[in-house]
Write a protein that binds this ligand. Structure first.
Ligand code: AMP
Ligand code: MG
Length: 396
């Protein structure tokens, strides 16, 4: 059995970044940038007024601080006012091009208007006040976004601000979920004796959506080897990442490992020194990745966050992958046996992090409240209140 760190290293080693595709910028949020992006223009490309007000030369301010106003410039107009007369101020609006020889803008709230004249009521201005300099956000040729950056709403706005409408990104992986288990019934139906509601696909679809990924298909099979072989074959024809839940343990009706082998999937590891999710399986076939997630709902979601998230992010070309780790003080003592890494559903408070009740992997109530997984290392046995512990933030 391998350690958590070894399992994560194998996943990193065997996961390949997807191909580059071009997407319309409106569709780009959630993709990673495939190549460094350089700005084709300066932004702003001209000196812009930052406010509605009046533009003038600061050196023209005399004792009265009065200016005559006869001309105006609206945002987006092309009328050039290249020179302004001594003692003249130009009415100007936010976003408009500042006349070349004006160096200062006073906001309209800081003037008194008298016919064609204005008087400055607040002359705490310096040259450049309320003027956005050329290229003050971005200079032409600047690298504005690095390869591997996840496109956020902010990044989409930045790209558009320099005129980019289509962008090279890494293709998103196609994901399929395969549920195994004779006992499973889709929510919304009545339960017969011995049946439970299928919940893993709901948690996984939600988690994939948080990563801005869609699910191609959700498949179901009985605990039957032939059905499992056939379903895996169908899934692998159209899938980059196959998430199988259940059937991956050592019971007489657990057929996932043998069905994967019969489909030519190369096993990279099976079983990790961890709780929950000890029988976690990871394999590959050509460019496809296959996870066998131990079926208990708490194990499925823990393994998803700890292993599937970084794998998907690598496939998506996201440079920063894995959950954010913080070190926080424990709100109370904890103890466990040495030998397995424990992932505990936790909640962050203003003073530290607390382990939630109901940690058993068949329960989902703790997960529903959790905002983090507390990682208690393999060899650790006792930790005291106030000890710093690694906490993985469930931001997705
Ligand atoms: P298995 O890994 O197939 O041995 O399943 C372990 C436990 O998880 C059993 O109690 C299953 O009934 C339960 N389980 C498996 N798959 C699901 C699922 N999709 N939704 C809810 N519970 C499941
Ligand atoms: Mg099962």
């Amino acid at each position: 059995m391998i350690s958590v760190d070894e399992a994560k290293q194998y996943i990193q080693q065997y996961t390949q970044t997807g191909p580059t595709v071009v997407v319309d910028l409106y569709e780009a949020c959630g993709y990673a940038i495939a190549k460094d992006v350089f700005s084709p223009v300066d932004f702003p490309s001209f000196r812009q007024s930052a406010m509605d007000g009046y533009a003038f030369r600061l050196d023209d301010v005399d004792g009265d601080a009065v200016f005559v106003v006869e001309r105006e410039i609206q945002a987006g107009t092309i009328d050039e006012i290249s020179s302004i007369k001594k003692g003249e101020a130009i009415r100007i609006f936010t976003g408009a091009k500042v006349p070349d020889d004006a160096d200062t803008i006073v906001i309209q709230e800081h003037v008194e208007i008298n016919g064609n004249n204005i008087r400055l009521t607040n002359i705490e201005l310096t040259k450049g006040s309320n003027i956005r300099p050329v290229a003050s956000q971005t200079r032409q040729g600047d690298c504005i976004l690095k390869k591997g950056t996840l496109i956020t709403p902010g990044a989409a706005g930045l790209l558009a601000s320099v005129g980019i409408s289509d962008i090279d990104v890494v293709a998103k992986p196609r994901c399929t979920i395969l549920n195994t288990g004779r006992e499973l019934v889709k929510p919304g139906n009545d339960l017969q004796q011995g049946q439970i509601y299928e919940s893993n696909s709901y948690a996984l679809v939600a988690a994939l959506k948080k990563l801005q990924l869609d699910v191609c298909e959700i498949m179901w099979v009985d605990d039957d080897e032939q059905q499992t072989i056939a379903a895996i074959q169908t899934a692998l024809e159209k899938t980059d990442v196959l998430l199988i839940t259940g059937g991956v343990s050592v019971g007489d009706y657990d057929f996932v490992e043998s069905a994967l082998a019969k489909n030519g999937v190369a096993k990279i590891f099976h079983k990790v020194k961890q709780k929950p999710g000890n029988p976690l399986y990871f394999g590959t076939k050509e460019n496809s990745i296959i996870f066998g997630l131990p079926g208990n709902p708490g194990s499925v979601l823990t393994c998803f966050y700890e292993y599937v998230v970084p794998c998907l992010q690598l496939k998506m070309g996201i440079a920063k992958h894995g959950l954010l780790t913080l070190q926080l003080p424990l709100s109370h003592d904890i103890s466990k046996k040495a030998g397995l890494t424990h992932f505990l559903k936790g909640t962050i408070t203003s003073t530290g992090v607390a382990v939630l009740n109901h940690q058993e992997s068949y329960k989902m109530n703790a997960f529903a409240d959790a905002d983090c997984l507390i990682v208690v290392d393999e060899q650790m046995t006792n930790m005291q209140q106030g000890d710093l512990v690694n906490v993985h933030i469930l931001a997705f």
